[in-house]
Write a protein that binds this ligand. Structure first.
Ligand code: NAD
Length: 256
């Protein structure tokens, strides 16, 4: 499929996991793709730009450098994010500030820097809409244990998605989010390795999803690519669950 030929896209957190899978799938479908990340050792044809999402000056400089290299900007994937484990009693204020700084303010900073360029893209008479896709999470809509801080940050990302969609629809800029379930990425592998029994923990996480397996990064990437593509030109302000049915299904035998 080459439905993204000529589209120019930035992916934050694009050096690993879901972001890397997304950047590669977009490139395979014809887009020119720049990655913004802490470490930018990315494979060709991806272009890497170093930025810490907690630093507004760095993010703005990296977005502008990426736009210059790409020759404009038609899409932004706000995917960089970090996790946190614990109940509301467990995480110190400083950690709350840091996770929100990356997961929520990071989206604000990159979108703020990208908007003038997305507007220029959408204003071209022959162009499809410009698009932003945020990576939220199942935790935005379902309560999972030991995820108080992380859930609050991803709930904020989903709400921010709706507000941004309303603010920019008249400018021809669509804004959506994806809500993945548990995805088989280096992040989840790190969590598994920290568990007392990684094999049992992987089995438990897989069983939590109605499909009985973890989501693949490529499956989230395909959803993001769809939301960026002209096929989704009438879609804005939605959250697309890519969670193996975890949010929507209640199967016989599950706890009630
Ligand atoms: P990952 O750790 O494999 O990749 C995250 C990337 O973000 C890394 O390359 C990292 O360097 C980058 N990053 C982190 N902090 C940054 C910062 N301050 N500035 C710039 N870049 C930064 O993780 P992943 O599993 O691919 O997660 C990607 C996104 O998907 C995150 O927003 C995460 O919350 C979300 N998500 C993941 C899962 C899952 O199960 N893996 C589920 C739902 C949502």
């Amino acid at each position: 499929m080459h439905d993204l030929v000529g589209r120019r896209v930035i992916v934050t957190g694009g050096a690993s996991g879901i972001g890397l899978a997304t950047a590669l799938v977009l490139a395979r479908r014809g887009a020119r793709v720049a990655v913004l990340d802490l470490h930018v050792d990315v494979p060709t044809p991806l272009l890497g730009f170093q930025a810490d999402m907690t630093d507004g000056t760095e993010v703005a400089a990296a977005v502008n450098a990426a736009v210059a290299a790409l020759g404009g900007l038609d899409g932004l994937v706000n995917n960089a994010g970090i996790g946190a484990v614990g109940t509301v009693e467990d995480n110190p204020d400083e950690q709350w500030r840091h996770v929100f700084d990356v997961n929520v303010l990071g989206v604000v900073r990159s979108t703020r820097a990208a908007l003038p360029h997305l507007r220029a893209s959408a204003a071209r008479p022959d162009a499809p809409t410009a698009a932003v896709v945020n990576t939220a999470s199942i935790v935005a809509t379902a309560g999972l244990p030991q995820r108080a801080l992380y859930s609050a940050s991803k709930g904020a990302v989903q709400s921010l998605t709706l507000a941004m969609a309303a603010d920019h629809v008249a400018e021809g800029i669509r804004v959506n989010c994806v809500n993945p379930g548990t995805v088989d990425t280096p992040w989840v592998e790190r969590l598994l390795q920290a568990a007392p029994n990684p094999t049992a923990e992987r089995a438990a996480l897989s069983a939590r999803q109605p499909t009985g397996r973890l989501v693949a990064s490529d499956e989230v990437a395909a959803a993001i690519a769809y939301l960026l593509s002209p096929a989704a030109n009438s879609i804005t302000g939605t959250a697309l669950a890519v969670d193996g049915g975890m949010q929507g299904l209640r199967l016989p035998g599950e706890p009630r």
